[in-house]
Design a protein around this ligand. Structure first.
Ligand SMILES: [Fe+2]
Length: 177
């Protein structure tokens, strides 16, 4: 279950978190991952065959999301401290940006932090295993890993072309930092 850190409070209750994120225009769900994948997900890194095994084990989730939201493609991102160039990869997304397509992530191992500035409010959503989040196109956000430097996340796409970050000047969108 996610944790939300606002300037004045920390939200940890599932229903409160969901309601808060809905009020900000974000989609949040908590989906248990299949126990059959626990052993492979416990590994830090995954081979291509193991990544395919994980996506295959989550095909039922993809099928549901295709039906409900029209996603057309998915892939699996595996990041950890031994991934070459990881700091450069993180540096691309840890500054405020938008995309012209939705950013949809299902966290299936590890943890990370999405930050947002929505309606002038800056807040963080700390995500972990089982958290599903959809960030609409043109929403100001950033992403980074926490001190564990480890995450596995399925990405769902409607359109692969929207994937370049468009950087946003924080001072222009922030009202009450
Ligand atoms: Fe992004």
């Amino acid at each position: 279950m996610a944790t939300i850190i606002r300037k004045t409070e920390t939200l940890t209750d599932g229903d409160v978190i969901r309601a808060f994120l809905v009020s900000k225009g974000l989609v949040y769900e908590s989906y248990k991952t299949p126990e059959a994948l626990d052993i492979v997900l416990a590994q830090k890194g995954l081979s291509d065959a193991e990544k395919a095994e994980v996506l295959s084990g989550l095909e039922y989730r993809f099928d549901q999301l295709k039906k409900d939201h029209g996603y057309k493609a998915n892939d699996l991102v595996v990041l950890h401290d031994e991934v070459p160039g990881i700091q450069d990869m993180l540096a691309k997304f840890d500054k405020l940006h938008i995309h012209t397509d939705e950013e949809v992530r299902y966290i299936i191992d590890g943890s990370g932090v999405f930050g947002f500035i929505i309606d002038g409010e800056k807040f963080e959503v700390h995500v972990g295993k089982g958290d599903f989040i959809s960030i609409p196109a043109n929403t100001n956000h950033w992403f980074t890993l926490d001190q564990n430097l480890r995450i596995k996340a399925v990405r769902y796409f409607k359109d692969n072309s929207g994937w370049t970050p468009v950087y946003v000047d924080e001072s222009k969108v922030l009202v009450n930092a």
